[in-house]
Ligand binder design. Structure first.
Ligand SMILES: Nc1ncnc2c1ncn2[C@@H]1O[C@H](COP(=O)(O)OP(=O)(O)OP(=O)(O)O)[C@@H](O)[C@H]1O
Ligand SMILES: [Mg+2]
Length: 176
């Protein structure tokens, strides 16, 4: 690594509460960079999928193997010289610590917005049922990333294009 410039990332974790725009921004960011895009939910073990389908909330015990599976995939992809954008709510610091696992080439992108704005976007979102109260509980759980996590924080009160520009500018990234 040279001087104080951080290592070029191989994985970006796009995090935030439900409805903050993780899927939308991760897709668009990956397309702009020419990187792979993954939905973190894809890495849930079958037991978690069954639990969620039955409407039962996951415990942190359920989440550890899921988060480790994403961390393993990050290691695998980076070792293979691939670049990936991963959408994952990662609301708590302990979750992010598993995902990042000390790698300085894995960066957190935090989608920051008010509950009011996100509630309006969720109400307008098609094809998704959102139980009332879920957003409130997401905000209660959210631990915004601290400065020592070196996050890229972007306001979601902007167009998708502006948000993606903002992320690319903050990370000093170019299309690869
Ligand atoms: N910058 C934006 N401007 C306007 N609408 C947006 C913006 N970003 C996302 N949206 C819309 O807000 C809604 C929520 O976005 P999205 O589904 O990407 O959120 P999410 O964080 O992936 O949610 P979940 O955690 O439930 O998967 C969608 O209808 C999306 O089209
Ligand atoms: Mg999503």
């Amino acid at each position: 690594m040279s001087g104080d410039s951080p290592q070029t990332p191989c994985a970006l974790i796009v995090m935030g509460v439900s409805g903050s725009g993780k899927s939308t921004i991760a897709d668009s960011l990956a397309e702009r960079l020419g990187w792979r895009c993954e939905d973190g939910d894809k890495f849930h073990p079958p037991g978690n999928v069954a639990k969620m389908s039955a409407g039962h909330p996951l415990t942190d015990e359920d989440r550890w193997p899921w988060l480790r599976a994403i961390a393993d995939e990050i290691d695998r992809a980076c070792r293979a010289g691939q670049r990936a954008v991963i959408a994952c709510s990662a609301l708590k610091r302990v979750y992010r610590d598993i995902l990042v696992h000390g790698r300085d080439d894995v960066r957190i992108v935090f989608l920051e917005g008010t509950q009011d704005l996100i509630a309006r976007r969720l109400a307008a979102r098609k094809g998704h049922f959102m139980p009332p109260g879920l957003l409130t509980s997401q905000f209660r759980t959210l631990e915004p990333p601290g400065a020592n996590e070196h996050p890229v924080t972007v306001s979601i009160d902007a167009t998708v294009e502006t948000i993606v520009d903002d992320i690319i500018r903050q990370l000093k990234l170019e299309r690869s």
